[in-house]
Structure formats: structure tokens, C-alpha cells
Ligand binder design. Structure first.
Ligand SMILES: Nc1ncnc2c1ncn2[C@@H]1O[C@H](COP(=O)(O)OP(=O)(O)O)[C@@H](O)[C@H]1O
Ligand SMILES: *[C@@H]1O[C@H](CO)[C@@H](O)[C@H](O)[C@H]1NC(C)=O
Ligand SMILES: *[C@@H]1O[C@H](CO)[C@@H](O)[C@H](O)[C@H]1NC(C)=O
Ligand SMILES: *[C@@H]1O[C@H](CO)[C@@H](O)[C@H](O)[C@H]1NC(C)=O
Ligand SMILES: *[C@@H]1O[C@H](CO)[C@@H](O)[C@H](O)[C@H]1NC(C)=O
Ligand SMILES: [Mg+2]
Length: 447
């Protein structure tokens, strides 16, 4: 059992966490001896964790990880003392293994997520049913939390939730013995996402592809997310991040024949090749990609995309849906779509609509209710992202209600300006310095 000083040293050490929970847990939930089979499971988890730490350390020493330069070196991580000070604690969510709370750090007012073992979750309850030993089952689940913390600390990518701190405290209530502190996000709401503009849905898919590219080429090897579901992801400041890393593998299965490398999904199965090193090479990357296709791309990518981009998006769907593409090709295809979109090359330059408009400088818009369109960036009216005034004019001309539009200074993540389309001239104020484009046909009527 580690002495308190050892524990403190551990919390302060820049080395990765090395905790032996197997037999020497510092808490005593139950004095009954651990069943042998549970001890074996705990030992296996301990070995997995040690292996992962060793790999992470080796990577750090070899300079494979930019951890030394990362904004949060181990010494900067929050510890148990931060946990004692947090305020405004409330429930965020839970899965089969972990429970997540949100809390505020009083020093900065910043909110973080606190992960701990979920006693009432399926993972612990099933274990207790099987072994009848709550204390041992808690430790088993705590290993998952620790494994996740090691991964979050060693991997460095904007698509992975950042570890902000951790606490391993024998004096606290049983369910808070091991706590990790993370960047706080908001769960993905697929239903809401379906109603957001294509540009925003494309961003989520691109964020995911960048993450899968990183995972496929990570310093720990090709990493597969074994429990790939939308609820393992959260949005942080407009970016998609994976938050559940307790069920991943950095190893590709060994094989004798191609037959050993089948990848099965409810709707499809793929036969991959048994590679030179008698491993199913590429299987981790492909599994992630097909899951991205079935949980994200099919829902978020195609509908209401700009017409000219649709064939490219169809090809991405086809190529990930039948695993013709790996992570590299998929990323390239996404970057191509992004480039076409940003540069406005997707616009069909046929008719010019802008000549039907008069541009007047020196206006701004009142924040008033006007006609709505879908999917608007503003709840009071019709606000859409455009490449330039010409595209805005073509949109205004296609809306019967539209009489005028303003290119606002607001920008989307791609840097495109947002245009506000309106019908009511009372919404215009003759001051400020924005340009309003008024339909020529409107002059005969209301002006
Ligand atoms: N950093 C976070 N910020 C906000 N919510 C989170 C965060 N991490 C997880 N959650 C929420 O908590 C749930 C459970 O967390 P997760 O790590 O997936 O646990 P489990 O391993 O039990 O599935 C997630 O589905 C998500 O809704
Ligand atoms: C949030 O995202 C914006 C836009 O991408 C960025 O400028 C800003 O620095 C981010 N904020 C934080 C706290 O990361
Ligand atoms: C995918 O593309 C191939 C040709 O590249 C075609 O034969 C196949 O039917 C397509 N599948 C789907 C689902 O679009
Ligand atoms: C993908 O790209 C990375 C970085 O350029 C490279 O190291 C890797 O070998 C590529 N993978 C495949 C399967 O081509
Ligand atoms: C235009 O705006 C004015 C002022 O807000 C309002 O009184 C009027 O009803 C609006 N007209 C229409 C057609 O919505
Ligand atoms: Mg989860």
C-alpha cells in the first residue's frame, strides 16, 4: 500500500501514472478475499496499463510525442486539491463504465468534466453479479479510467479530449477514489445536427477524418476505437473530440490466413489481407473508417450539399462504405472538397444575378424578425453563408420574399461571410457602413 507521501509524490511526478491497484488498493471496500479469477483479470489490466505506459514513455523519449512542448506537461496537471475546491458540480452523462460530472474551477471560473467509475453502470454490475466483490469490481473499472487517462495524456491531437488532471485519493468516498479531470464538452445531438447547415455538418465529418488519420498513424501504432458510437464524442468549442478511450486497441490481430482477417458489421463484411508480419494490416484503420461512414458520413455528409460537390461526396461515401479508401485517401478527398468549397470553385458561373440589385452603402440591420429560411444561422431571420455578393444575389433571387440582403462581418469556420436576407425595409437603418443590396424590382413598390 503506498504511503501518503508516496501518493503525493505520485501526483506531482511528471512520469505517467503507475498505480498498482491489483492487490494493494489503498481503500477497503470489502475485506473479503478477491476471487482468484478476478485477481487474474486485475493482473491482466495492470499488465495492459503498464505496457501502455511503457509504450507512451518510449514514444516520449524518442521524441515521437510532442508532449514536452504540449501546453500541459504532466507537472501542470490538476491534482486532488483542485477536486476539493470545485464548485457548481452537476451531472452530465454516463455510459456503461463511467459517470461524468461538470464542475467549475474557482480560480479561473473554467468548467471541466470529472470522470469517475459508474457504480450503477453495466460494467460494474455485471462484474459484481459474476464475482460478488464490489471492491474488486470497482478496481477493474478504475483501470479503464486510468488507461484512458494515459492515452489522453500521451496522444496529442485536437480531436482527442485533453486531460486536465487526475486524482487518486484513498480518503474520499468510494466512488470518487479515482477521478480524471478533462476538457468539458457537450454531447452530440444527431437530431439537431441534421438541422444545421451543411458547412457545419461537413466540419464535424472533417474533424473526425483528421482524428482517424492521426489514430491510423499514431506514435503508438494504428489505434482502433472498439466501441465506436456517436455518444463517445463531444463538441468542444465547435470541434468534434473523442472522449471515450477506455476501449481501444493499438494492436492489429495476428493471422495465418486472409480468412482470419474478416471485418464484420451488422450490414457488411469485408475480407482483408493477412500481411507480411502475420498481422491483419490496416484492419484497425478500416474498422474506424467504416464506423465513421455508418455513424457519421451517411447522416451528415450528403444532404443539402452544394450541387457541384455532390458527386465528390457520393464518391467519399462509396469509397468509405466499401473500404476502397484508407484514412490517407479519405483525408485527401475531404481536403479537396474543402478547397473547392472555400475557393468558391463549386459555383456554377452561368447567370449573373447581381446586376438585378442596387448596392447602397451606409446601412445596418435591426435585430428584428423577418422571413425565415432553412437552415438559417439566425433564429429571427434568414442568414446563410455565401462565397460573395453574387452568390447571395442568386439566393435572394430564388426566395420570393427576399427584397434585399446585407453581407455581414460575421464569418463561418471556413471564413465565408454570413449574408442576411430580408423582405421588410423597416429592418434597414440608414447608418453604419454596411452595403445593402436591393432588388431593382423592389424600387417600383415599397421604396
Ligand atoms: N469531456 C466531456 N464533456 C462532456 N460530456 C462528456 C465528456 N466525456 C463524456 N461525457 C458524457 O458522458 C458519457 C459517458 O462518458 P464515457 O467516457 O463515454 O463513459 P463510458 O466509458 O461509460 O461509455 C458520454 O456518453 C458523454 O455523453
Ligand atoms: C475556440 O475556437 C475559436 C475558433 O476556432 C478559436 O479562435 C478560439 O481560440 C477557441 N477557443 C479556445 C478556448 O480554444
Ligand atoms: C460504388 O462505386 C462502384 C464503382 O466504383 C460501383 O460499382 C458501386 O455500385 C458503387 N456503390 C454504391 C453503393 O454507390
Ligand atoms: C499515410 O500517410 C502517412 C503520412 O504521410 C504515411 O506515413 C503512411 O505510410 C500512409 N499510409 C498509407 C497506408 O499509405
Ligand atoms: C415590417 O417591420 C415593421 C417594424 O418592425 C412592422 O411593424 C411591420 O409589420 C413589418 N412588416 C411586415 C410585412 O412584416
Ligand atoms: Mg462511452
Amino acid at each position: 500500500m503506498p504511503a501518503p507521501e508516496a501518493l503525493l509524490a505520485w501526483l506531482a511526478t511528471p512520469a505517467l501514472l503507475t498505480v498498482a491497484l491489483v492487490l494493494s488498493g489503498p481503500w477497503r471496500l470489502s475485506d473479503s478475499p478477491l476471487p482468484r479469477s478476478l485477481v487474474r483479470e486485475l493482473e491482466r489490466r495492470q499488465q495492459d496499463l503498464s505496457r501502455l505506459e511503457a509504450a507512451a514513455d518510449a514514444g516520449a523519449r524518442a521524441g515521437a510525442f510532442p508532449r514536452r512542448r504540449a501546453p500541459l506537461a504532466a507537472a501542470d496537471l490538476l491534482g486532488c486539491s483542485a477536486l476539493k475546491e470545485v464548485t457548481s458540480v452537476s451531472f452530465v452523462g454516463s455510459g456503461i463504465t463511467k459517470r461524468v460530472l461538470r464542475a467549475t474551477l474557482p480560480s479561473s471560473g473554467e468548467e471541466i468534466a470529472l470522470k469517475s467509475v459508474h457504480w450503477a453502470g453495466n460494467d460494474v454490475s455485471r462484474c459484481v453479479q459474476r464475482y460478488g466483490h464490489p471492491g474488486g469490481c470497482y478496481r477493474l473499472a478504475a483501470y479503464k479510467l486510468l488507461q484512458e487517462a494515459v492515452l489522453m495524456q500521451s496522444l496529442d491531437h485536437p480531436g482527442i479530449v485533453k486531460l486536465r488532471g487526475r486524482c487518486y485519493d484513498r480518503s474520499s468516498a468510494p466512488e470518487m477514489k479515482v477521478v480524471t479531470m478533462l476538457e468539458l464538452g457537450t454531447p452530440l445531438e444527431m437530431i439537431n445536427l441534421l438541422q444545421t447547415p451543411w458547412e457545419e455538418r461537413f466540419k464535424i465529418c472533417l474533424d473526425l477524418v483528421e482524428l482517424l488519420y492521426y489514430l491510423a498513424n499514431s506514435p503508438l501504432g494504428s489505434i482502433v476505437l472498439l466501441d465506436f458510437q456517436t455518444r463517445q464524442f463531444v463538441m468542444v468549442n465547435g470541434s468534434l473530440k473523442v472522449t471515450d478511450l477506455d476501449d481501444v486497441s493499438t494492436k492489429e490481430p495476428s493471422c495465418q490466413l486472409d480468412h482470419d482477417c474478416t471485418l464484420e458489421f451488422p450490414t457488411k463484411r469485408f475480407s482483408l489481407r493477412c500481411g507480411m508480419h502475420k498481422r491483419c494490416e490496416g484492419i484497425n484503420e478500416k474498422k474506424n473508417l467504416f464506423n465513421a461512414y455508418r455513424y457519421f458520413f451517411t447522416y451528415l455528409l450528403p444532404h443539402t450539399a452544394p450541387l457541384v460537390l455532390q458527386p465528390l461526396l457520393k464518391d467519399i461515401l462509396n469509397a468509405t462504405g466499401n473500404l476502397r479508401f484508407g484514412a490517407n485517401e479519405t483525408l485527401r478527398a475531404f481536403q479537396k472538397v474543402l478547397h473547392l468549397y472555400k475557393s468558391g470553385l463549386y459555383l456554377q458561373k452561368k447567370t449573373t444575378y447581381l446586376k438585378d440589385y442596387v448596392a447602397l452603402k451606409g446601412f445596418q440591420s435591426r435585430d428584428a424578425e423577418d422571413y425565415k429560411c432553412w437552415p438559417s444561422y439566425h433564429h429571427l431571420g434568414c442568414m446563410l453563408s455565401v462565397h460573395n455578393p453574387e452568390e447571395a444575389a442568386s439566393i435572394c433571387s430564388s426566395h420570393p420574399q427576399c427584397q434585399h440582403f446585407i453581407i455581414t462581418p460575421r464569418r463561418t469556420w471556413t471564413g465565408r461571410p454570413l449574408a442576411l436576407f430580408q423582405s421588410n425595409f423597416s429592418d434597414l437603418i440608414p447608418e453604419g457602413n454596411m452595403v445593402v443590396y436591393i432588388k431593382r424590382s423592389a424600387f417600383s413598390g415599397s421604396l
